[in-house]
Design a protein around this ligand. Structure first.
Ligand SMILES: Cc1cc2nc3c(=O)[nH]c(=O)nc-3n(C[C@H](O)[C@H](O)[C@H](O)COP(=O)(O)O)c2cc1C
Ligand code: SF4
Length: 437
């Protein structure tokens, strides 16, 4: 949508955008230089705080505030780390890979600025294992940057030194959860840790650590170069800036688009995604990755920002919209999602380990025509037992939220399946034995 100012994907559109030469020809690393030569770490944090940037990894936590949680280095002499979350495994989410593949130096520069602001001596970039080209591009960018004196000892002649290390995940969604990610980086099974202690106090190897999403730190060089007021000129007051909107499902033009926060979802669907495909109607949509739940067509008047989506019982999440046309089955889509959460639950908490399994089985039996009227209440009761505060991490809630949303917004379909014998494909057919188990 060209009527909106862009910045996140501008460089990605250039030929050989992934090389240091082209990145520097277009102002690359000037924000890092400005930070190192003209700003104290505290001033960098203040600028990011003033910008109002919120984390793009899912929770939308204010980034500058998060950076300020790191302990005072004068009082706490332990090593300090920043970990970049490039695990990107939330279904529907596919934005970080574009940044890493097309603009890897943007990520390296953003990471170094974050490391400088928090006085970290090393940064770890944890990349989803399937992202081979993005991984290779970021590794090549680190190598180029190191050779140019931008990574390692005394960066750009300053007294700031920082090493950058890459790590490849092995296909577990739970390793995107920040404490699971840290366990995995330490070489252990990616089992989330109870919080508190929070990573800023006890993170990687028991040292102060901040975990940030790729797109989050990618914003930092722009904020330092152009200022927090410029950043606030885009988006909304409480959710400023642009975001990368991954659009998938039954639309004419799926893809990753840069948009200001706060645009109504309907406008994005019509003017960016080209509308629902094949001239069909919208039945359901997910605003920000699978964990944010299923919404109705009338909810598309809602602005895509953190507070507005929260106001209708959903979340902005990762800004990844998934759209389903009128022929889709919400019950089947929910069952497929529950299969995913069941598979990805690390199993430490019984509510999550058993709950995700039960949700998947109950959605399956409703889908296959063996559902009972009381199953709808059972789904709700199970999801209530998986709420935040009852489990170690939020994966459990990530399965509960879509479940609640189906009951709230698509109860008619669940009731129809119970009454009529399941998904139309199953009506009047013999159901496999295990489906109703
Ligand atoms: C099950 C689960 C999976 C997650 N996966 C990712 C992920 O792939 N990438 C990501 O940035 N954040 C993910 N998160 C959120 C992280 O825990 C963390 O909040 C985020 O990386 C913080 O970065 P931000 O403040 O820059 O948004 C996940 C959270 C949960 C509960
Ligand atoms: S909520 Fe689920 S994924 Fe998270 S720690 Fe507990 S069992 Fe593991």
């Amino acid at each position: 949508m060209s009527q909106f100012p862009t910045y996140l994907l501008d460089h990605a559109a250039r030929e050989d955008s992934h090389t240091l030469k082209v990145y520097r020809e277009h102002g690359g690393y000037t924000a890092l230089e400005k930070a190192l030569k003209l700003m104290t770490p505290e001033a960098v944090i203040d600028e990011v705080k003033a910008s109002g940037l919120r984390g793009r990894g899912g929770a939308g936590f204010p980034t500058g505030l998060k950076w300020s949680f790191m302990p005072d280095p004068e009082k706490d002499k332990r090593p300090r780390y920043v970990a970049i979350n490039a695990d990107e495994s939330e279904p529907g989410t596919c934005k970080d890979r574009v940044l890493m593949r097309e603009d890897p130096h943007g990520l390296v520069e953003g990471t170094l600025i974050a490391a400088y602001a928090m006085r970290c001596e090393a940064a770890y970039i944890y990349v989803r294992g399937e992202y081979r080209l993005p991984y290779d591009r970021v590794q090549a960018a680190i190598d180029e940057a190191r050779a140019a004196g931008l990574v390692g000892q005394n960066i750009l002649g300053s007294d700031f030194s920082c090493e950058l290390h890459m790590h490849k995940g092995a296909g577990a969604y739970i390793c995107g959860e920040e404490t699971g990610l840290m366990e995995s980086l330490e070489g252990k099974r990616g089992h989330p840790r109870p919080k508190p202690p929070f990573p800023a106090g006890f993170g990687l190897w028991g040292c102060p650590t901040t975990v940030n999403n790729v797109e989050t730190v990618f914003n930092a060089p722009f904020i330092l170069n152009r200022g927090s007021s410029w950043f606030r000129s885009m988006g909304t007051e409480k959710s400023p800036g642009n975001f990368l909107c991954g659009i998938s499902g039954h639309v004419e033009k799926p893809g990753v688009y840069e948009l200001p926060l706060g645009l109504p979802a309907q406008k994005i669907l019509d003017e960016v995604a080209g509308g629902i495909w094949k001239g069909r109607k919208l039945k359901a949509w997910i605003p920000g990755g699978s964990s944010t739940g299923f919404l109705k067509p009338e909810h598309t008047s809602t602005p895509m920002d953190h507070d507005s989506l929260k106001g209708i019982g959903s979340m902005f999440g990762t800004g990844a919209m998934i759209l389903l046309d009128e022929t889709a089955s919400v019950t089947r889509s929910a069952r497929i999602l529950m299969d995913f959460y069941e598979h990805e639950s690390c199993g430490q908490c019984s509510q999550c380990r058993e709950g995700t399994q039960w949700l998947s089985q109950i959605f399956l039996r409703i889908e296959q025509g063996q559902g009972r009227t009381e199953d709808i209440q059972l789904l709700e009761d199970l999801a209530n037992g998986m709420a935040p505060g009852k489990t170690i991490c939020a994966l459990s809630d990530a399965a509960a939220i879509p479940t609640h949303s189906v009951i709230r917004n698509f109860k008619d379909e669940l009731e129809e399946y119970v009454r009529e014998g399941g998904h139309p494909e199953y009506r009047g057919t013999q159901v496999p034995q295990e489906a109703g188990a």
